[in-house]
Design a protein around this ligand. Structure first.
Ligand SMILES: [Zn+2]
Length: 172
């Protein structure tokens, strides 16, 4: 049996891996799961996307599969159109009660997962906070929709107000 101390010094450096100015990055073991930087303002969604990926890796024993965030938060504009928080574009056929909506908690993520069976993904989802009953497939682009339960503790928390740029700061 291999005796290895938990908490070896190299663990300490992992805290600073994610730069604070890149809040939607979801990096696991050097792999970026949100390369398009889809807006996912709810930290619990980001954490559970990472967990889901890790659970699939554990299930299949490798990381040789496609796993990428393809959709995130949405909002309703003053005219009542549902738009992507990432692109500002209107979302076709978007549900007015979708958990992607910030007003509904921003609890959802759309994922492109290829090379892994749905059964394995479903098992992996059960090891996260995503509600299995919320999982939807069968979209034209074949993405998998996952969402946290419709409960207040899973809703996005109000964002801390961003500090204004101080007047003397040099522009870039
Ligand atoms: Zn979705």
């Amino acid at each position: 049996m291999r005796a290895r101390t938990v908490g070896e010094p190299w663990h300490l450096s992992s805290q600073s891996e994610k730069p604070p100015e890149d809040p939607y990055s979801i990096a696991v073991d050097g792999r970026e799961l949100n390369p398009d930087r889809q807006v996912l303002g709810n930290s619990q969604v980001r954490e559970n996307v990472a967990k889901l990926y890790e659970n699939i890796v554990k299930e299949v024993g490798n990381s040789d599969f496609t796993f990428q965030v393809t959709g995130g938060d949405r909002y309703v504009d003053p005219a009542g159109n549902i738009r992507s928080s990432t692109t500002g574009e209107t979302v076709a056929d978007a549900s007015r009660t979708s958990p992607h909506l910030i007003s509904r908690g921003a609890r959802a993520a759309d994922l492109r997962i290829r090379g892994v069976s749905d059964a394995i993904v479903d098992r992996a989802i059960r090891g996260t906070s995503f509600l299995p009953a919320n999982t939807v497939r069968g979209y034209p682009d074949l993405h998998t929709h996952v969402a946290l339960p419709n409960r207040p503790e899973f809703y996005i928390r109000p964002r801390r107000r961003r500090r204004r740029t101080p007047p003397g700061r040099r522009g870039r």
